[in-house]
Design a protein around this ligand. Structure first.
Ligand SMILES: [Zn+2]
Length: 1043
């Protein structure tokens, strides 16, 4: 593996060696995940073009060059010198296999390398300083600030020493749009990606990298229910309430380039309204004062739009195209695909999609599984699109026309069915692939280069003193043991363990043993794997040994005084053991890696870096070791989940890299104490171990001619220009992508998307989950707005903004969010400028009514808010890694948490409605009340100062007067307590991906209240950041500017 790029700190950028290097340094916001193949010579680009349009050979063996055909472990020597071969004989540092269960070797004296952290955090407690705002209940909601500074100047900062998040933007701070030309449309030349060994999965067989552009797109054939009108797309039934607002032609006051009545729309310049088509002005607006320029009055805070119903699934597209896959799987930032690049650029918001390929479906709506058996999976022979509801049959059913590239394909004899005059196949009712937007095909041997791997779980567990003392080790051992019966894939499931402190401990789990044998390797510079065959075992066969190991693990190390962490060498050891098969690596790390390769220095946070061009370096890994290991892991189908627990700085920025590029996930439990956090760890680890998982997966999103996904955002590694490598993927992961128009003008009226995830199921089948959707092409900016999906936009925004924090200042990232919103609203206002030019109203499409608030919440999220003192660096990085992977609904809830009042319900008897949410502002809090805030990751239970003593006593007993940081909410034997616990369970049931631990907060008790509750009241002014009302006024002023 080459190293020329590994020191590059800004890891989301593509390295210069790639063919896509053009954007480097110029598009901090448009960058996508790294391209594996471009990183280093060890990775190979996509398969040669010559194989594109051919069926892969019908052989079950690998087709990678002349590599061995059998499925066998790789040689222990690889070109990659990260991995050294075992020495001819075991070194003396490796103790003889013990018959019993030897204890850990005597720890070396504590290293002087362990330096105290720069800042200590209280156990489970916030270290953020108290917020500067006074206690709630005493402060009126932030008053709108008069525009005391001219537009274009920074508004007043409300917190000394903090960068103000709302400084208007310079042009160079904005997010560049998706790069339409950043990547070649032709396939990469060169040999297939995998070469290191024959057992490795090559690029998705039969997946070409480009579609020929010579084929004209046929007009859409479906659906008839979506009439296309002269002048572009128009809704079938314009919303009635706004019909009265149609405008006739006006003159003289429209922005230049806008000509009412002009029917010619090919250039993306559309009239504000089509006179005859009556495009409804379905915008919403907010009155900001009756006199232009006067903002102090007229803003009705109560009227501000709030997503109190949570995320509402986008409806229009599903209604237009009922055969589309569910919005659980695919959400477009706008369902109206712009017909021209100029139209796309006028929209200012990202055009793209958020994909959750394994989203869970409710009972009864499961994805149908289809086995074509001998027929083979029906795919377009040119663009490799899978058969789907939008293909059409012609020639009496003997041919089918690809909806993506329009090619006429032959229908295989086995698949033939008669079609009636309308083109409907006689067997349509038995063909879910022709009626359902989501199906799963069982893949034949040609989709395999090796037998489907078994589910494999490997655990790398820190057993140093802090891991033991925090109780982490015990909880982890217990939880793993409790999940053994539920791990997917029995009886093929494989399992293995390595523990480490200053040395590395391997465990022989051979089924013939009564007890595992521990082998200690202390030579960290020359890692080798003793007994490589017996470290990974079949769980069913070795269950007794595994049980014995997990039972004794906590006690084995209970007296361990070792403070060191040979994490990097242990990671390499785990790689060597796992690389034969791939699988999931779960890392439990309790301290900063201190020994051997990958040791991290206590660089910590640095207040001096904030606001400078060095700021982002704190948030990216310093040691290229981590990124390089991540690349190796992905290459060998290993997904890494990082569980981090330290009460000190652990450099989550570096550790999280392992998860980021392997399709994994970061779980962060700062200052873990089992007495406090055990439920959360137990639940989340159980979920991680038992949820359905797709193994050795790759994902590609195809789309119709003229449009292309040009950047991808999330936790994965790009294997070629558009193939996402996902060693493991599950229902809790989503990926975002930006779409670009490749042509100046789209001539089609519909664009189709097809997501294909090729993976190995836990049961050992190779499968392809295919989701297909259609969306209309529109020529009208108003339609793009009408069909916008705020949830998808915010999901993309979040990922872009977080990526930007890895190459820019936090402030720049926030400003970029703000600027995009302002530009979008300004453009929208221009559409209706005539009517509302003087009205003093901020107008926005109904579809985007929550965009400003979510944008504000995003800027106030842990990943982006404030500066040095506002969020611990590790917290910030962990939040960033987590948000990059969240599905839309979870992200929106994280940004704008649920807040509900429960005391009345506890006292009275009625049914509790968990959807009865209230605005996230201190104004909502009654001092007599009891409230629950739920962001999907934690509950905050707020006790008002004047709460009925009865409630407090029933819920907490005598603990109510105690220190809330030590009080644990538990079920008590009374009705109120039972009711409260039921509510919490209801909330938890809505999204089981994470477990919400309860944090009790007493009104006015700082810093606890500030950290847990007030930072989440996103409508309030917090630190230097605006409250909702101020934010809207700020946006309004900026929208007005040059309007
Ligand atoms: Zn095709």
């Amino acid at each position: 593996m080459g190293t020329e790029n590994l020191n590059r700190p800004n890891y989301p950028l593509r390295p210069a060696a790639t063919p896509f290097a053009a954007q480097q340094g110029t598009t901090p916001f448009g960058s996508s995940g790294p391209v594996v193949g471009s990183e280093a010579s060890a990775f190979r680009p996509a398969p040669p073009a010559s194989s594109q349009f051919q069926r892969p050979p019908l052989s079950s063996g690998p087709f990678v060059g002349s590599e061995p055909t059998s499925f066998r472990p790789p040689p222990s020597i690889r070109p990659n010198d990260l991995v050294r071969p075992p020495p001819p004989s075991l070194s003396s540092s490796y103790g003889p296999p013990a018959s019993g269960f030897p204890s850990s070797p005597a720890p070396p004296p504590p290293s002087i390398g362990q330096v105290p952290p720069p800042r200590t955090s209280l156990t489970g407690q916030p270290v953020a300083p108290p917020l500067t705002r006074p206690p709630p209940g005493q402060v009126p909601l932030t008053q709108p600030q008069p525009p005391s500074v001219p537009m274009g100047s920074p508004p007043q900062s409300l917190k000394m020493g903090q960068p103000n998040p709302n400084i208007p933007l310079r042009p160079d701070q904005q997010f560049p749009p998706a790069r339409p030309n950043a990547q070649p449309s032709a396939p990469l030349p060169g040999p297939p990606y995998p070469t290191a060994r024959g057992t490795y999965q090559p690029a998705f067989p039969g997946y070409p990298n480009a579609q020929p552009s010579s084929v004209a797109q046929a007009p859409p054939m479906q659906p008839a229910s979506f009439p296309l009108q002269q002048g572009g797309f128009a809704p079938a039934a314009p919303p009635a309430p706004f019909l009265g607002r149609q405008r006739g032609p006006v003159s003289g006051i429209l922005p230049s380039g806008l000509y009412p009545g002009n029917q010619v729309q090919q250039h993306g310049i559309t009239p504000p309204i089509a006179p005859s088509q009556a495009l409804a002005e379905d915008f919403s607006s907010l009155s900001l004062g009756s006199v232009p320029g006067s903002f102090e009055t007229g803003l009705d805070v109560a009227a501000l739009p709030r997503p109190l119903d949570g995320d509402v699934d986008p409806k229009p597209l599903a209604e237009m195209y009922p055969m589309n896959c569910s919005s659980r799987v695919l959400r477009l930032t706008t369902s109206g695909i712009p017909n021209s690049q100029s139209l796309a650029s006028r929209w200012h918001l990202p055009v793209g999609a958020v994909v959750c390929p394994l989203a869970e479906f409710p009972f009864g709506e499961e994805v149908p599984v289809i086995n074509f058996a001998t027929t083979g999976i029906i795919r377009c022979r040119r663009c490799r699109t899978y058969v789907n509801p939008y293909i059409t049959f012609t020639d009496s059913g003997r041919k089918w026309k690809c909806n993506i590239c329009s090619l006429l394909n032959d229908v295989p004899g086995d698949y033939f069915a008669h079609v009636d005059a309308s083109g409907r196949r006689a067997d349509l009712d038995q063909r879910p692939e022709l009626t359902k937007g989501s199906v799963e095909f069982i893949a034949p041997a040609e989709y395999m280069v090796r037998p489907p791997m078994p589910p494999l779980y490997f655990f790398l567990i820190d057993v140093s003193i802090s891991a033991v003392r925090s109780g982490m080790l015990e909880i982890v051992a217990q939880t793993i043991k409790s999940c053994l019966d539920s791990l997917p894939g029995a009886p093929r499931t494989q399992i293995g363990f390595i523990t480490y402190d200053s040395t590395i401990h391997f465990y022989n789990m051979k089924s013939s043993l009564m007890q595992p044998q521990m082998m200690v390797v202390s030579d960290l510079d020359d890692i080798f794997v003793p007994l490589p065959d017996d470290l990974l075992v079949n769980l069913s066969e070795s269950r007794g040994v595994v049980d014995a190991f997990l039972d004794s693990l906590p006690s084995m190390f209970q007296d361990n005084m070792n403070v060191e962490s040979a994490f990097g060498p242990a990671l390499k050891a785990a790689f060597m053991v796992m690389s034969q098969l791939g699988g999931k690596l779960l890392i439990f790390q309790n301290s900063l890696p201190s020994l051997g390769v990958g040791r991290l220095r206590l660089r910590g946070d640095d207040i001096r870096a904030y606001g400078t061009d060095k700021e982002h370096t704190l948030r990216v890994p310093e040691d290229p070791f981590y990124k390089q290991m991540a690349a190796d892991f992905t290459k060998y189908q290993i997904a890494v989940n990082v569980y981090a627990f330290s009460d000190k700085y652990t450099d989550i920025a570096s550790l999280g890299t392992l998860a980021k590029y392997t399709g994994g996930q970061v779980y962060y439990y700062p200052s873990f104490q089992s007495s406090v956090h055990s439920d959360k760890l137990r639940h989340e680890l159980s979920r991680d171990l038992t949820r359905e998982t797709a193994w050795e997966a790759v994902m590609r999103i195809r789309c119709g001619k003229g449009v292309r996904f040009t950047s991808y955002h999330g936790n994965f590694m790009l294997r070629s220009t558009d193939l996402l490598a996902l060693p493991a993927v599950d229902c809790d992961k989503a990926y975002a992508a930006q779409l670009s128009l490749e042509e100046t003008l789209l001539t089609t009226q519909t664009v189709y998307f097809q997501v294909a995830l090729l993976y190995t199921s836990s049961s050992g089948e190779r499968r392809i989950r295919v989701h297909t959707a259609a969306a209309p092409v529109v020529a009208d900016l108003g339609e793009m707005y009408r069909l916008a999906d705020t949830g998808a936009i915010i999901s993309l925004f979040s990922r872009l903004a977080i990526e930007k924090t890895l190459s820019s200042k936090l402030e720049d990232s926030r400003n970029a969010v703000q600027l995009r919103i302002v530009k979008a609203l300004r453009e929208y206002r221009n559409l209706y400028a005539v009517q509302h030019r003087l009205s003093g109203r901020l107008i926005y499409p109904e579809s985007l009514k929550f965009l400003p608030l979510y944008g504000l919440a995003l800027c106030k999220s842990a990943a982006l808010r404030g500066g040095y003192s506002d969020v611990q660096l590790d917290d910030r990085c962990a939040a960033g890694y987590t948000m990059m992977a969240l599905p839309v609904k979870s992200l929106l809830k994280f940004l704008y948490p649920n807040l509900v009042r429960v005391d009345e319900f506890l006292v009275q008897g009625e049914e509790f409605d968990i959807t009865r949410r209230i605005p996230l502002t201190a104004e909502s809090l009654d001092t007599r009340g009891l409230y629950i805030l739920d962001d999907g990751f934690r509950f905050v239970i707020w006790f008002g100062r004047s709460i009925l003593p009865d409630i407090a006593r029933n819920l907490l007993g005598e603990d109510f007067t105690g220190d809330f940081s030590k009080v644990k909410l538990s079920l008590r034997d009374n009705e109120m307590s039972r009711k409260l616990m039921t509510i919490l369970d209801q909330f938890r049931a809505t999204d089981p991906a994470y477990y919400q631990l309860c944090h009790l907060v007493r009104q006015g008790e700082q810093p606890r209240e500030g950290f847990f509750l007030l930072t989440h009241l996103v409508e309030d002014q917090i630190g230097g950041a605006n409250g909702y009302a101020d934010w809207m006024l700020l946006l309004f002023r900026q929208v007005q500017q040059n309007a």
